[in-house]
Design a protein around this ligand. Structure first.
Ligand SMILES: *[C@@H]1O[C@H](CO)[C@@H](O)[C@H](O)[C@H]1NC(C)=O
Ligand SMILES: *[C@@H]1O[C@H](CO)[C@@H](O)[C@H](O)[C@H]1NC(C)=O
Length: 246
């Protein structure tokens, strides 16, 4: 079992190494070629070299972003999960890894627990708890025709069971590490890499909820993840609701 897993992951590692080597090579040859083309008379001009290094950095950053996106697509194609544990959600396919699961009772438990509070949902998935907490009956998901049909049927089944009473929480903001989640959800859920060290989303919330997320975070990022939850909760760690299954 263990050996099988190693063998399975080898082509992925090899591809990752090849991608990064190719990136490093293009970066080096780019810098080399560009500096050779710089006019001699401007070489001492500080403003010029500052601007040209900014441009080079910009180009390299864009290449790095493209390379890391390709890597994530590779993870999605081979393992159906991203390197940070995020789900591979696209306009053609949003249901993966059990993210269809929603328990209305858990939604009512959260609102009873937090009351009129601002809530951030870390690892919001498809945002169903947000829709329940906000008593929202539709979102602006951007989906392919086939996936749209399935989503509408799912939402009809899900929303039928949601209470008709007014919402209890003051506000809800959903964040998720899923690939393309922001575009796919039409902005209802924002992208955030919850496994990133020192993540800061620009504000705190009264409560941070995180349901069925911790078990997907890579082991060496678990501390970052827990710090990220605590950093965004107003009243400290006791206001963080974490659930880990398995
Ligand atoms: C809920 O909380 C907000 C923000 O703290 C406050 O402005 C509002 O008056 C509260 N509403 C109720 C019904 O307590
Ligand atoms: C959502 O709720 C509003 C008002 O509560 C209603 O007019 C609308 O038809 C509902 N939409 C769906 C898709 O259920």
């Amino acid at each position: 079992m263990y050996q099988k897993r190693i063998i399975k992951s080898c082509p992925l590692k090899l591809l990752a190494v090849i991608t990064f080597m190719a990136l490093a090579y293009t970066a080096i040859s780019y810098i080399h070629q560009d500096s050779a083309a710089s006019p001699d008379d401007l070489e001492d001009d500080y403003a010029y070299s500052w601007q040209s290094s900014q441009e080079k950095i910009g180009v390299l950053e864009r290449r790095l972003t493209r390379a890391s996106k390709s890597l994530e697509r590779l993870w999605c194609a081979t393992r159906d999960v991203m390197s940070n544990g995020g789900f591979c959600v696209t306009a053609d396919r949003i249901y993966t890894g059990g993210n269809i699961i929603f328990e209305p009772e858990l939604c009512y438990f959260v609102e009873e627990l937090v009351g009129n509070a601002s809530v951030a949902d870390f690892g919001a998935g498809l945002g169903k708890y947000g829709m329940c907490l906000l008593r929202k009956n539709q979102t602006n998901f951007q989906l392919s025709e086939k996936q749209k049909k399935e989503y509408i049927a799912d939402m009809q089944a899900t929303l039928q069971s949601i209470k008709k009473t007014p919402k209890v929480v003051y506000s809800w903001h959903g964040f998720d590490g899923g690939i393309a989640i922001e575009e796919v959800s039409g902005g209802f859920i924002s992208h955030a890499d919850l496994s990133e060290e020192g993540l800061w989303l620009g504000r705190k919330w009264d409560w941070v909820m995180s349901i069925e997320v911790g078990e997907h975070i890579p082991r060496n990022s678990e501390d970052y993840f827990l710090d990220n939850l605590a950093r965004h909760a107003c009243q400290g760690i006791q206001r963080v609701l974490v659930s880990v299954t398995y």
